[in-house]
Design a protein around this ligand. Structure first.
Ligand code: PHE
Length: 363
């Protein structure tokens, strides 16, 4: 078994299946968000928790954090809607499971949870990151995850197109949850700044501007309100859009042997966790000449910011500089020759863990 600890418990208050997977505490406390999502069967939630917690270990190692990886998954039965009282009960149940781990694992927000939910979990255990600033936490991590995605996009554009400039490029943002929405907003700002600069340069001429198109999509039609600066398309059109960079920002598993042949983007970099269905899909992307930036690196802004502020008591500026450093880490990985970016990222994460292990032995 690859994991240190896996707890599967039916919540005493909510009656819902709660899964906490602690992959590794070799580098320190395991961290990873709490996902509340629908699954056909709770075992599918378990599969997700196992995979996501392994990814968190690599993500924390690559981000240079003294932490391991874990994940909480609450597997809601299909169609199950939580009313506020039930949600509260459920979060208390989650808090109790985390409390039973005695600090081996700390949670944070993820798909289906936010800062307010962390307050409720924290009523049962101190190990919850990203409570609102007013409640003593480091606040919503999604803006920082988005800032990290922008840093990653600059690195990807520099590698793929020779310039880190984003304003003149085309992007397709697939998934307008909290992180995707922030990414779209930041890209729209880049585009506006770019257009202004272009107008200044070519005051009276008609600019032969490169198409700086933004596409956005979500399976949830109600999120269209977040896409006012973008062209709204269907998720399928977004996935296969003819753009410079595709930005997967929703659930994982969208890059598969059946989707990769239809892609028309030049590069992929986004915050969705576990974008590849299988490691071998990284080879398919390489064979098609599509530069894929590992989600393990791209999506680390949230945990980097939260741990910098809450564990190491750094200022927001210091934490922000660490988030920007994602660009350097990613560039190094993308420049590794002879292996796919996924292999390069995994190898680097492994090296970090080995080094930490040697150092603890020496002590
Ligand atoms: N959803 C975050 C991630 O996948 C989890 C997280 C954020 C955990 C912030 C702790 C602090 O990286």
């Amino acid at each position: 078994m690859e994991h240190e600890n896996i707890v599967i418990r039916r919540g005493t208050r909510s009656g819902l299946p709660i899964i906490v997977a602690v992959h590794s505490t070799a580098l320190g406390q395991a961290i990873g968000g709490c996902r509340i999502a629908h699954y056909p069967h709770w075992r599918d939630g378990l599969t997700d928790a196992l995979r996501l917690s392994v990814a968190m270990s690599d993500k924390a190692a690559l981000a240079g954090l003294p932490n391991g990886g874990g994940k909480t998954v609450v597997a809601l039965p299909p169609g199950h809607v939580l009313d506020p009282a039930e949600r509260r009960d459920l979060l208390h149940d989650v808090g109790d499971v985390i409390a039973s781990l005695d600090g081996a694992y700390a949670t944070g927000p993820d798909v289906g949870t936010g800062p307010d939910d962390m307050v409720t979990i924290a009523e049962r255990t101190p190990y919850a990151f990203c409570r609102p600033v007013s409640a003593g936490g480091s606040g919503d991590s999604s803006v920082h995850t988005a800032a990290g995605v922008l840093a990653a996009l600059r690195a990807v554009c520099a590698e793929r197109f020779g310039s880190p400039e984003l304003g003149g490029r085309s992007f397709a943002v697939l998934g307008l949850g909290r992180v995707g929405t922030h990414v779209l907003r930041l890209l729209a700002q880049e585009k506006t700044a770019h257009e202004k600069a272009a107008q200044l340069r070519t005051a009276h001429e008609k600019t032969a501007k490169r198409k700086a198109i933004l596409y956005a999509a979500d399976v949830d039609e109600s999120r269209r309100v977040h896409a006012e600066n973008a062209t709204w398309v269907t998720p399928q059109e977004c996935l296969t859009a003819d753009v410079d960079v595709l930005i997967p920002s929703a659930l994982g598993g969208l890059l598969t042997p059946s989707t990769v042949p239809h892609l028309r983007c030049a590069a992929i970099a986004g915050p969705a966790n576990n974008q590849l269905d299988e490691p071998a899909t990284a080879d398919l992307l390489r064979d098609r000449g599509i530069l894929w930036a590992p989600d393990l690196v791209v999506s680390a802004g949230g945990i980097i910011h939260a741990t910098a502020v809450e564990l190491h008591h750094e200022t927001s500026e210091q934490a922000g500089a660490r988030v920007e450093a994602i660009a350097g880490t990613l560039t190094e990985i993308l420049r590794t020759t002879g292996s796919t970016p996924l292999e390069a990222a995994r190898t680097k994460a492994q090296a970090v863990r080995e080094k930490a292990r040697r150092e603890t032995h020496r002590r």
